[in-house]
Design a protein around this ligand. Sequence first.
Ligand SMILES: [Zn+2]
Length: 246
Amino acid sequence: MTLGELGGSAPTAQALREMVRRYGLHLTPGDWEGTERDNEPKWHNRTRFERKKMEREGLLVPARESRGIWRLTETGSAEYRRRRDPIAVPPQPTTTTTRDQNTNPLQPDGNQSPTRVEATTQRVVRSTAVAEHVKRVHDSTCQICNTRLATPTGAYAEAAHIQPLGRPHEGPDVPSNVLCLCPNHHVLFDLGMLLVTDNLVVIDQHSGAPMGHLAERPGHQIERRYLEYHRTWWRRRKNSVNAGGH
Ligand SMILES: [Zn+2]
């Protein structure tokens, strides 16, 4: 980072001075003790060690080529920009990384230390009370498949809004617009793969066949107009996709 701010290169002495200025406070007294060989402060050695490491990683121009100047390579400069400004420059592939011949070539490398950025988002604030109420009434049991996922911290279920809260749906966050579902059926319901009739028959949109009845329990009434909204929305989408495709 120091080198990046110095414009990508600096004579050894300047680089070392800059390191002291920036990181001086982090050096321990022991780091200032001279080595037995040449009485140079130990942290100089530490810095050299770091330099070697950066060379091996392809971030720094090797010492023998740069004659007393510490200079970042292109990869090193890109890495510096990436750290300084995580959004603007995506992570550069490290050229020195050797790929195992046996690994699947389609599998992405991923990132061992993903960059974290602060972001401000707007989201609908859901009432946990509504979700918790519906899950409690159903004892965290899926209203479609009757599955109850037991976990060490209690049963797991999801509260699924029938008419979604976000735009353009603007559905209400009330118990009569919420289903208690397992994660799989929550996803299928949200993607319109499952529609529910006013008689609470669950229809699989893939086959068009009924899958069974949506389970109801006393204390949780589903309003039919939300089910109708969900059906209409997805039928309209399906029709427009079909019309566009043929
Ligand atoms: Zn389920």
